[in-house]
Design a protein around this ligand. Structure first.
Ligand code: HPA
Length: 249
């Protein structure tokens, strides 16, 4: 199975890659338990691609209950070395309005109580470098693919990972803005740190679904799930072209 060129983890509103062909379903057991759901492996424009829905295909696993370790270990077990994480997020700063696609280059972890390391059960203690939390080569490949496919994408930005599943208060978002966050989501961590511990290449493609609380032109706007899903659906129309360009590179 080591011929898998790319593994994609889908977030909220992204439960399958409809373009995958000749799909095989794999459910590997890992030392951390089972992944959120089956891994669908197939071909995309002749390239072998694996897809896993982070919250399960029926979106039954909330962000704080995702078994991030099992998800990544399962992808690694089937031979994936490069992981592109799709994360639905809220936008905090000006450049990150609804339907924007972004490839962030930094992350701040505000989550708590999640198993965030492989070093829980004894064994070797890892202190992996996280100065660049996303693999530069994969980030650059995603950005080049976007340019080649004519897909507008913001290069960079800081992702703030919150605990969820509730959305943030305006004061929390104001604090995150002061901290330097451009985007807010609930699943960026511990996934990025675990990917580094597992020596997987890992980059994030953030899909902005809404203005974060108080961040948009209408300060008291209420964020609805329907808006989130509509904006994700609109923004991900460009995903097949982007993935095709990434796989061709
Ligand atoms: N906050 C946190 N996570 C999110 C948001 C948000 O506003 N939108 C989509 N995921």
């Amino acid at each position: 199975m080591s011929d898998i060129e790319l593994a994609v983890i889908g977030g909220t509103g992204l439960y399958k890659l409809a373009e995958l062909q000749d799909v095989q379903t794999l459910e590997p057991d890992t030392r951390f338990g089972r992944a959120s759901g089956p891994i669908r492996v197939g071909t995309l424009d002749g390239h072998r691609v694996a897809f896993l829905a982070r919250h399960g295909e029926g979106h039954s696993v909330p962000p704080h209950k995702v078994n991030y370790r099992a998800n990544l270990a399962a992808l690694q077990a089937i031979g994936a070395r490069r992981v592109l994480a799709l994360n639905t997020v809220g936008g905090i700063t000006e450049r990150f309005g609804p339907r924007v696609l972004a490839c962030p280059d930094q992350i701040i972890d505000y989550t708590w109580g999640r198993i965030s390391t492989l070093c829980e059960e004894g064994g070797e203690v890892l202190h992996v470098d996280m100065g660049e939390p996303y693999t530069p080569a994969l980030r650059n490949a995603v950005l080049r693919a976007a340019a080649a496919a004519g897909v507008a994408m913001v290069d960079g930005g800081c992702y703030g990972a919150t605990q969820g599943p509730r959305l943030e208060t305006r004061a929390e978002i104001a604090r995150m803005r002061r901290d330097g966050c451009d985007l807010v989501g609930m699943t960026g961590m511990p996934e990025a740190g675990l990917a580094r511990e597992l020596s997987l290449d890992y980059a994030c493609l953030a899909i902005v679904a809404n203005w974060a609380a108080g961040a948009g032109p209408q300060v008291d706007e209420v964020i609805t799930l329907q808006d989130v899903l509509d904006n994700v659906a609109a923004a991900t129309g460009q995903l097949p072209a982007l993935l095709a360009a990434l796989l061709e590179a």
